[in-house]
Design a protein around this ligand. Structure first.
Ligand SMILES: *Cc1c(COP(=O)(O)O)cnc(C)c1O
Length: 299
């Protein structure tokens, strides 16, 4: 039975001055501390997929991602812990590997590069199967771990969430983690999903599809209207992240958690919350992606 050496989850109260005492509690669940490589929500989305592969005699894990994908590097590392071979299908050709892709390779993942255009076929099982036909007994995990086992695994994060919180704030990429956690937590605990892009339709669709029978009022999505799209940022974001680090000794990532905290700050300023609200923000990790802004951060 494979596993990773998972450290205990820590819930850290944020600085009252930072949130101007506008809510009763604002804490952060530090899933970024779970593991130096397989950090945050990625381990939870992978764990049932990997144990399934192991229990059913699969030998090779195939999955997908871009040059800075947290999911890809987490899969590379975790698959190796389970004694499974890993193949990463990468968006775009990289003559020079990004640090993330170099890590994937160092953890034993084989990388197959496909054009941006071909990468769009990744949801078609036949396309992917043909691409990896020369590997043995493969289990395909969709990009971001977005399958039933990924959602179920993510639901296990509920063990770290005290039921006294009125709001759970979390980052949304595919929506897999949100859907999984929404299935486990009581509906009274509202989930606010922060989407690091202008549009939320795709995620809304994915999440609703997998939350049949659960009130649509128990969760909502907040787009990012400030920074111009997925993976996009401005210097203002680096300044914000550096200040947040100075106040809390918590490193945020440039793609997900930085934008979530930036937008939460804006909502506090706009008095979106009531003074009795108790908010838990989930730090879903992703810090390795900060290599893309190396030099701009104090941590
Ligand atoms: C991958 C990732 C997410 C997105 O998770 P989904 O389950 O795809 O919604 C959120 N935060 C961080 C830091 C991530 O790396």
């Amino acid at each position: 039975m494979g596993t990773i050496d998972e450290r205990p989850a820590v819930t850290q109260p944020l600085n009252k001055v930072w949130y101007q005492g506008k809510v009763a509690a604002l804490d952060m669940l530090r899933l970024d501390l779970l593991h130096p490589v397989v950090s945050g929500n990625k381990w939870y989305k992978l764990r049932l997929n990997l144990s399934y592969a192991q229990d059913h005699g699969f030998k090779t894990i195939v999955t997908f991602g871009g040059g800075y994908s947290n999911h890809l590097v987490a899969t590379a590392f975790a698959a190796r812990q389970f004694g499974l071979r890993a193949v990463g299908i990468v968006r775009g050709h990289h003559d020079v590997l990004t640090p993330t892709l170099q890590d994937c390779k160092d953890y034993g993942m084989e990388l197959l590069f496909v054009s941006q255009e071909d990468f769009r076929n990744r949801h078609q099982p036949l396309w992917a199967e043909q691409l990896v036909a020369h590997f043995d007994e493969i289990l395909i995990i969709p990009e971001g771990g977005a399958n039933e086992r990924g959602r179920k695994g993510a639901g296990l994060i509920d063990r770290f969430v005290n039921r006294s919180y009125t709001h759970i704030a979390m980052c949304v990429g595919t929506g897999t983690t949100l859907a999984g956690l929404r299935q486990q937590l009581p509906e009274e605990q509202h989930i606010l999903g922060f989407v690091p892009m202008k549009q939320t339709d795709e995620q809304r669709h994915y999440i609703s599809e997998h939350l049949q029978g659960i009130s649509q009022y128990s969760w909502s999505l907040v787009p990012d209207l400030r920074f111009g799209g997925f993976g996009k940022w401005k210097d203002e974001m680096l300044v914000f992240m550096n200040e947040f680090y100075k106040d809390h000794k918590i490193p945020l990532d440039i793609v997900y958690t930085g934008k979530m905290m930036y937008n939460i700050k804006g909502m506090l300023d706009d008095n979106f919350f009531s003074s009795s609200d108790r908010i838990l923000c989930i730090h879903s990790g992703g810090l390795q992606g900060n290599v893309s802004v190396k030099g701009g951060l104090v941590y």
